[in-house]
Design a protein around this ligand. Structure first.
Ligand SMILES: *Cc1c(COP(=O)(O)O)cnc(C)c1O
Length: 218
């Protein structure tokens, strides 16, 4: 099977699964990390308009080739923020106030921002503690330029995913009482996006189910 037929079939399957569980609108962000720009071009031709990257260098390169809505969901490094904010229009992984302060200074265009929350309070997979989200959220709400979209999480490997997503949904509902506009919930990857949607995810970040498995060194 050629690459286009393969991507088309995988994409159709993921979209069908999303449609079968979702009773609300869900944005599919196709995570293209470690895959070439040629795959992004094919997916763009197939109608995908949201792509996600974890690394600045890859996002910078591929976004030059394919105009789309580019999402950044990797760990933020201060020295990369200038570049990240030049190609990404959505950031899923903000978890430190100092990074937002830097974004305010250097971002060349308005960003939609998800706050990454850690469900185990540890920093293994990134994220702020749930009680620290509010200070961060207020800083974004006070900015006239950027928009607070909602919250994001990657469940800890040690945690039962259903329990993790249930807890995340609770955190999000409570958060929306103070920030009613922050309706986005970015949760769910290839292994668990259907479950995440059943717990309210509005944005799923799916890579390998569409593009295939990544080589481990990448
Ligand atoms: C890699 C990655 C994804 C996509 O993972 P798949 O399992 O390939 O779907 C989603 N979110 C984050 C934060 C990632 O690092």
């Amino acid at each position: 099977m050629n690459r286009k037929a393969e991507l088309e079939e995988n994409l159709r399957e993921v979209k069908n699964k999303i449609a079968s569980v979702a009773d609300h609108e869900v944005v599919l962000v196709v995570v293209t990390k470690s895959f070439p720009a040629s795959d992004v071009e094919i997916l763009s031709q197939l109608g995908v308009c949201d792509f996600g990257e974890n690394r600045d260098s890859e996002g910078a390169e591929k976004s030059k080739v394919v105009p789309a809505t580019w999402h950044f969901q990797g760990q933020i490094q201060s020295n990369k923020l200038k570049s990240i904010t030049s190609w990404a229009s959505v950031i899923h992984s903000l978890d430190e106030l100092r990074h937002f302060e830097l974004i305010e200074k250097i971002a060349p265009h308005p960003l939609s921002i998800f706050l990454q929350v850690s469900l185990d309070g540890a920093h293994h997979r990134g994220g702020a503690k749930s009680e620290d989200l509010y200070e961060l959220a207020r800083a974004i709400e006070n900015s006239s330029k950027h928009r607070l979209s909602g919250i994001m999480s990657v469940p800890p490997l040690s945690m039962d995913p259903a329990r993790a997503y249930e807890q995340l949904q609770q955190i999000h509902m409570e958060f929306m009482r103070e920030f009613p506009g922050a309706t986005g919930l970015s949760a769910g990857m290839s292994g668990d996006y259907e479950m995440a949607i059943s717990y309210g995810a509005t944005h799923v970040r799916v890579g390998s189910s569409i593009l295939g498995s990544r080589s481990p060194q990448r």
